[in-house]
Design a protein around this ligand. Structure first.
Ligand code: AMP
Ligand code: ZN
Length: 119
């Protein structure tokens, strides 16, 4: 059966989701997966990634706002499973804001102090 999700063969995260590129997965759900960031910026740095390929969080929110809520819920569960009640969540949107992979993903960062953030 064809996948119900959109994919882009040139997208790194679509290839990770498909299992073509290995990742250190911490969650696998029907609509999203989560894996450890390859270049962690905090002791716990996980990316929560919808299976459906869209370029950024706003595009996902416009089509399916509930999915954004599910990403946040998934991040909270992973943080708690790893012993963290405090954490930062981040959606980079646009190249000038540091987005490098144009497939929606939520950064979960925990266990450190993010002193570089302006807010
Ligand atoms: P962004 O800059 O918001 O687009 O985030 C992309 C993130 O993906 C960065 O934090 C990278 O370190 C991370 N990343 C890139 N390639 C991989 C990979 N193969 N496995 C896990 N994380 C990756
Ligand atoms: Zn993709």
């Amino acid at each position: 059966m064809a996948s119900q999700f959109r994919t882009d063969e040139s997208c790194l995260f679509c290839r990770i989701i498909a299992g073509e590129i290995p990742s250190d997965r911490v969650h696998e759900g029907e609509r999203m997966i989560a894996f450890r960031d390859i270049a962690p910026k905090a002791p716990l740095h996980v990316l929560i990634v919808p299976r459906d390929h869209l370029p950024n969080a706003a595009a996902t929110a416009a089509e399916d706002p509930a999915l954004i809520g599910e990403l946040i819920g998934c991040a909270d569960t992973i943080a708690r499973e790893n012993g963290h009640e405090a954490y930062n969540l981040l959606f980079n949107t646009g190249e000038a804001a540091g987005q490098t992979i144009f497939h929606t993903h939520l950064h979960l960062l925990a266990g450190g102090k993010l002193t570089d953030l302006p807010v």
